[in-house]
Design a protein around this ligand. Structure first.
Ligand code: GLA
Length: 705
């Protein structure tokens, strides 16, 4: 049986490495010149078959082309002219490495290939990891300067990994684009014969593109077709270059840092990249998403089994205008709806009455909270809710005590004017004293105010990034992000009950690195339910629903001005981790009662949404629908949305291909029974009311074959 073969095999005579996941195989070979080359990534094949396969060489070999196969990490030497994943300069000006293979370790699911430069004291380890029950292969690189006493080595680029798709009739690239208020827009384009760069130069993962992509031959659909997909676990600047050559080979290389950002490797020092994970599936984009989501739950999220609470957040209700009586009033209303967590957003600290001052001064604002935050926190706890607090630890207003005390703490080039965005600058967390200050300040806040939840925001990118007096100032790009990750890890370790929500002006920093130390992410500042359908569709390509924070807010929507019924707003937000963010003081008694009922509905289906298996049964168009199935098929929930109606177009039945055609299912709300075969082949009536912004929530329970 293929599945009983070990996850990692290395055949020294052949230099062949084989990585096996439950449903895929990845193979590479160390070529005679010492460089690991790609052989195969796809459906399971036996090692004997893989041993006979050639490396994935370009068919156009000539004196103008290397006949070399695609590299697992391309150095700059030899007849290689594609994007190099490793770019170094030695003290004498020499560029590029030439490898010799010095050995490997294969330990459980982890493989390390050790390479050393033929002449210079530089070692790279190409690392691979296969973990139980996932088709995701994790890869990263560790680079070490071996000689103490030698000159430093300039690392202009160190990617985590290069990936190679097999020869396909055509290539299509799926990726996520957008901006503030429009994150995670799924884009599917024919891949040009060119180098296509996906990147963030912002110091944050970015709203504009996410370090996830999928490649297929142009024919894959939600449920069918081969898909090769990758995601980088990094929360700062990054770059992925996809290279389709004219003779039908597509490779891509990616890692942290954007172009022009370097790291000077000192003698004895190592540089380790973040994980760049890859996944192959023959089951279409839906199969890819389900595999990613399962992987994130099983191997990335710190506490996947905990229910994400129904939260109330005051931002859209009060803006900066927060005070103790107002927040207590909202807390009572939120508790009445069934909220389980109350989050006090921006405006509670320093002199923060608007976005011009106070950022950095993390003590309660005396006019707003004359008795401190404790009375609010206590009241929130008494109401049975957790207490959450908004923070933006990486940022500072110039008009703040912190900036006046430490103007040198910001990311700043001394000979350039600093660009302010939202009246703020970025603190340089790569400086140990700044990291220590942030860790201590946040720890104190959590302890003193009994904080159960931090919403960790970051509302601007880096500009004019410099580090005055530091010999290697570019380090701040990587050092800052590492410090953010480290502080979150330490806070969680110090306060085991603490939960963290990732936020960067909405979904500007959502990635596998962030989700390894947070519980969910604020998906977008855009809470318009019609816009959210598209945003959520893109988000779900990689991330599980339990990490997708989704609020019900007021109508008309503050971002778009669109009016929508409360039920529609709820049904859209119920597809993720439900929250409420409206001004509850303006909701009528009827609206509050309806909202309480919908929150109760959500809690009934929450285990399915947050821990079930997601099927995007109708991709967004005139209608959209998402089906969440219990892994054992016992319970199901279907959410259907139709933003606008068109004359004569009756909503088509929604087919549920994940159901068991041999079983029977009961709708417990209508007491109606269905045959699984009918629901799979013909579908279920979506039961949408007439008119625009129509939605429905349908539950099904397996009642036996
Ligand atoms: C960002 C967040 C919002 C809110 C504001 C507060 O934009 O995404 O949810 O917290 O900051 O200033």
């Amino acid at each position: 049986m293929l599945t009983t073969l070990p996850p990692v095999t290395f055949v020294p005579d052949l230099g062949l490495a084989v990585l096996r996941t439950p449903n895929s195989v990845y193979a590479l070979r160390v070529a005679p010149d010492g460089s690991p080359r790609h052989v195969y990534w796809g459906r399971p094949l036996g090692t004997d078959v893989l041993a006979g396969l050639p490396e994935a060489a370009s068919p156009a070999a000539s004196s103008f082309e290397a006949d070399a196969a695609a590299d697992e990490l391309a150095p700059q030497t030899g007849a290689r002219f594609g994007p190099a994943g490793l770019q170094v300069r030695f003290a004498d000006g020499t560029r590029g490495v030439q490898w010799r293979f010095v050995g490997h370790t294969a330990d459980g699911g982890e493989l390390r290939l050790r390479l050393e430069d033929r002449r210079r004291p530089l070692r790279a380890e190409l690392c691979y990891r296969v973990r139980p029950g996932t088709d995701v292969i994790e890869r990263w690189t560790e680079l070490t300067h071996l000689a103490v006493g030698d000159g430093p080595i300039a690392v202009d680029r160190l990617d985590s990994a290069s990936w190679t798709a097999p020869p396909l009739a055509d290539y299509r690239l799926s990726h996520l684009v957008g901006g503030w208020n429009s994150e995670f827009q799924l884009q599917r384009d024919r891949l040009p014969v060119a180098e296509t760069v996906l990147t963030s130069r912002r110091g944050l993962t970015g709203h504009h593109t996410n370090p996830w992509l999928a490649v297929d031959d142009g024919t894959a659909g939600e449920e069918r077709g081969e898909v090769w997909s990758t995601a980088l676990a990094w929360s700062g600047s990054w770059r992925v270059t996809v290279h389709r050559d004219p003779v039908g080979r597509t490779t891509w290389t990616g890692g942290f840092g954007h172009e022009g950002i370097g790291w000077t490797l000192r003698p004895g020092e190592s540089l380790r990249t973040p994980v760049y994970a890859g996944l192959y599936t023959p089951h279409g984009f839906g199969g890819a998403s389900r595999a990613w989501q399962a992987h994130v739950r099983r191997h990335v999220l710190p506490e996947p089994e905990r229910d994400r609470p129904v939260l109330y957040n005051s931002w859209e209700a009060t803006g900066f205008d927060v005070d103790e009586p107002g927040q207590i009033r909202l807390a009572h209303l939120a508790a009445g709806l069934g909220a389980e967590l109350f989050v006090l957003d921006d405006g509670w600290f320093g002199t923060r009455r608007d976005d011009r001052s106070g950022l950095g001064d993390w003590t309660p604002r005396p006019e707003a909270f004359p008795r401190g935050l404790r009375p609010l926190a206590d009241e929130v706890h008494r109401l049975g809710m957790g207490f959450g607090l908004w923070v933006e630890p990486e940022m500072v207003n110039q008009d703040s005590e912190l900036y006046r005390a430490h103007p040198d703490w910001v990311i700043h080039s001394p000979h350039l004017d600093a660009t302010e965005l939202r009246n703020q600058l970025v603190l340089n967390f790569a400086r140990p004293e700044v990291e220590a200050w942030a860790y201590e300040t946040l720890g104190r806040l959590v302890r003193e105010h009994d904080v159960d939840w931090l919403k960790w925001d970051a509302n601007r990118p880096f500009t004019e990034a410099g580090w005055d007096g530091h010999p290697d100032p570019d380090r701040l790009w990587i050092g800052h992000t590492r410090a953010v990750h480290r502080i979150m890890d330490r806070l969680r370790a110090d306060h085991p009950g603490l939960r963290i929500e990732a936020c960067a002006g909405g979904g500007g920093r959502v990635d596998l690195g962030m989700l390894a130390r947070t519980d969910q992410a604020w998906t977008s500042d855009n809470t318009d339910p019609v816009d959210r359908i598209g945003i959520q569709h893109g988000f779900s390509q990689l991330f599980p629903a339990q990490t997708m924070a989704a609020w019900v807010t007021d109508s008309p929507n503050t971002t778009t001005g669109r009016r929508t019924p409360l039920r529609f707003r709820f049904h859209v937000a119920m597809a993720g981790a439900l929250g409420i963010g409206g001004d509850l003081t303006s909701w009528s008694e009827e609206e509050l009662a309806e909202a309480a009922e919908l929150v109760a509905h959500y809690k009934r289906v929450r285990p399915l949404v947050q821990r079930g298996v997601q099927h995007r049964v109708v991709v967004p168009g005139p209608m959209a629908a998402v089906h969440y199935a219990a892994p054992d098929d016992s319970e199901h929930v279907l959410l259907v949305w139709r933003p606008t109606t068109r004359f004569g177009h009756r909503p088509a039945p929604v087919r549920l291909p994940a159901l068991d055609p041999g079983a029977r299912y009961l709708d417990p709300d209508l007491k109606q029974e269905y045959s699984g075969a009918v629901l799979v082949a013909r579908g279920i009536d979506p039961r949408l009311p007439d008119g625009d912004h129509a939605s429905s929530l349908i539950r099904l329970r397996r009642v036996g074959p």
